[in-house]
Design a protein around this ligand. Structure first.
Ligand code: MTE
Length: 313
């Protein structure tokens, strides 16, 4: 994005992604220790984790274009805590995915911290195929596993006066990009309470039927498919309910280019490039971009009384 020396799509895709096993090497090691001698059957190392069990696909959320190849979706990433290059996936393997907990904070009767696996036990996970549209004009179509953000809101029971939900990403010693002086880490994103309660807003714990790998935001990230990808924060450790609109990461860097709303609209150009079309990851094919990234029927109603807001940047 942004103040980069070169555009994302000018960086060649790296050859690579070997195996999911490599992507989750640390979990595999931990799981291997846990396999008891009393259990002769070989158990997939991560099987005890709720985010690695197979889940049904929700037919309501399918799209009319082919899935992006897993290799492309998992080796071409934006994750500024690691790097502002796209080929950070190997470095991201260093980020431990367990133990992991999420702090629920702000305007709640009971602020608390919950272990991720305990949290996941409270929800029925499902798979959804979503479009994902980066503000840089590349796109992918992937099967995410997770649960609706609205269910987490319900669990948190925010006060009626809370208006926004703010997501904060981990800052970890394994992340070399954190030392860059010009980025206002921690990565923070936010949505309105109405957006959070829209059924499309999805907390992601899996990708292609496996735990979502670190480079794609494991162990838990957001997917807001009608918004530019930067709204979908990765590796979430804190969720705050507040009545103040947050100053989010990209908005703090360049408010004239990356606003709070960031809804996809092909007719509203980025100040430095058109948003009319998008390149599908893994190919040079460009396809037309759609209003709200094709999800207008689900979310158009959210924005009807917001005159004066810059909804599409
Ligand atoms: N979350 C964090 N913590 N750090 C980031 O740099 N990049 C965002 C978003 N979430 C980012 C982030 C951007 S710009 C995009 S397009 C998507 O993650 C990319 O998700 P992907 O790498 O899984 O395709």
């Amino acid at each position: 994005m942004l103040i980069k020396r070169r555009r994302g799509w000018e960086i060649p895709d790296r050859e690579a992604t070997p195996e999911a096993l490599v992507l989750r090497r640390r979990d595999a090691m931990a799981g291997a220790v846990a396999v008891s001698v009393a259990m002769p059957t070989i158990i997939a190392p991560a099987a005890a984790r709720a985010d690695s069990a197979p889940v049904p696909r929700n037919p309501k959320y399918t799209v009319d274009r082919a899935l992006t190849a897993e290799k492309n979706a998992t080796t071409y990433n934006n994750y500024y805590e690691f790097s502002d290059d796209k080929d950070l996936w190997q470095d991201a393997q260093a980020l431990h995915q367990r133990p992991w907990s999420i702090e629920l904070a702000g305007m709640l009767p009971k602020p608390r911290t919950i272990g991720l696996d305990d949290l996941l036990k409270q929800f029925q996970l499902e798979e959804r195929v979503y479009r994902h549209r980066c503000v840089e004009a590349w796109a992918m179509t992937v099967p995410w596993t997770g649960f609706p953000l609205s269910q987490l809101v319900k669990l948190a029971e925010p006060l009626g006066s809370a208006k926004y939900v703010v997501f904060q990403t981990i800052q970890d010693k394994t992340m070399p990009g954190l030392s860059a002086p010009y980025y206002p880490f921690p990565y923070t994103e936010g949505v309105t309470m109405d957006e959070a309660n829209n059924d499309l807003a999805f907390m992601v714990t899996g990708l292609y039927g496996k735990p979502v790998p670190p480079q794609n935001g494991g162990p838990i990230r957001l997917a807001l498919p009608w918004k530019y990808g930067f709204k979908s924060a990765k590796a979430i450790i804190k969720i705050t309910f507040t009545d103040q609109r947050p100053h989010t990461f990209w908005e703090a860097i360049q408010p004239s280019e990356y606003g709070f709303w960031a809804n996809v609209n092909p007719e509203v150009s980025h100040p430095r490039w058109s948003q009319a079309s998008e390149r599908l990851l893994g190919s040079n094919e460009r396809v037309p971009t759609r209003l709200y990234n094709g999800y207008a029927e689900f979310v158009g109603g959210l924005y009807q009384n917001l005159n004066g807001e810059k909804l599409f940047m």
